[in-house]
Design a protein around this ligand. Structure first.
Ligand code: AMP
Length: 280
């Protein structure tokens, strides 16, 4: 496994490789867990080589404290990647990848950027669009893998490649969960014991909402979820949305033939957790 700490060294290393090998790419912010590893496994199964990037992208954080406290565990991560036979790790510095100009470009993603995370995390998807586009230009993968854990991000990246005619196939991967249902996330490591204990409530509520959605109106399910969180002593709901899985537009009424998902963002103390589920 080769660890490249600069853009130039990765480009040099991939120059010959790409002539005769398909490249599967998994962008991450590190503090790797089983969720990340499941994406890497998919990349390895469908490509000749796997490239994993580890970069905590400053321009996608709307909250300075979250950026400062984001877990950075490069040594442990590279050991883990070595164990799972990853081929290339790309872990650049911010100045290197941003060419000493650390700021994001403004993007529009056909309205996908205004919903949910876009509404509550100002500038987040400009940061995501900027870094992913840059990573794609550097790595030039055949296929790139993104988790449904960040479902809105996945849809936005699909839009990014069609908008800019980037010849990369975007593959969405299932959400990997702890045994108690909590969606795996690098931020889980920062939960207090109490908050870790109660955090599976988020997925439990999503599952129950899915069952209710079979028989009840979207409005009723929406009200029910809000009520569950109002009564919860440790978790604070930021949003629950039932949205069209394609457009991500919030719905007030179900229509036949459409796919819907339920999305939650909630605070467990200072830690913001997100999760989502297919409702039909
Ligand atoms: P992150 O390091 O949190 O930016 O995540 C890097 C990639 O891993 C993104 O495409 C995420 O959607 C994906 N990912 C993170 N957590 C999970 C999970 N629990 N299951 C599946 N994919 C995940």
């Amino acid at each position: 496994m080769l660890v490249c700490l600069t853009t130039q060294s990765l480009k040099d290393a991939l120059l010959d490789v790409r002539k005769s090998h398909s490249i599967g790419f998994v962008p991450t912010m590190g503090a790797l867990h089983e969720g990340h590893l499941s994406l890497i496994k998919e990349a390895q199964q469908a490509n000749d080589i796997a490239v994993v990037s580890i970069f905590v992208n400053p321009t996608q954080f709307d909250n300075k404290e979250d950026l400062k406290k984001y877990p950075r565990t490069l040594e442990r991560d590279t050991k883990l990647l070595e164990q799972v036979n990853c081929d290339f790790v790309f872990a650049p510095s911010a100045n290197d990848i941003y060419e000493n100009n650390i700021h994001s470009t403004k993007f529009t993603f056909g309205g996908l950027e205004h919903a949910m995370e876009g509404k509550f995390r100002e500038g987040h998807f400009d940061g995501v669009g900027t870094i992913v586009k840059r990573l794609f230009e550097i790595v030039e993968p055949t296929n790139a893998y993104f988790g449904e854990k960040d479902f809105q991000q996945l849809q936005i990246i699909k839009k990014l490649v069609t908008t800019y005619n980037i010849p990369i196939k975007i593959v969405g991967c299932k959400i990997h969960r702890e045994k108690d249902g909590l969606a795996m996330s690098s931020r889980n490591a920062r939960l207090s014991t109490k908050h870790r204990e109660v955090a599976p409530f988020i997925y439990k509520t999503l599952r129950e909402a899915k069952l209710k959605f079979e028989k009840q109106s979207a409005l009723k399910v929406d009200q029910w979820v809000h009520e569950q969180f109002r009564q919860h002593p440790y978790l604070e709901l930021e949003y629950f949305e039932i949205a069209n899985a394609q457009t991500l537009k919030t719905i007030s009424r179900k229509r036949k033939g459409n796919k819907y998902r339920g999305f939650i963002a909630a605070f467990a103390g200072k830690i913001r957790l997100i999760d989502n589920i297919a409702l039909n």
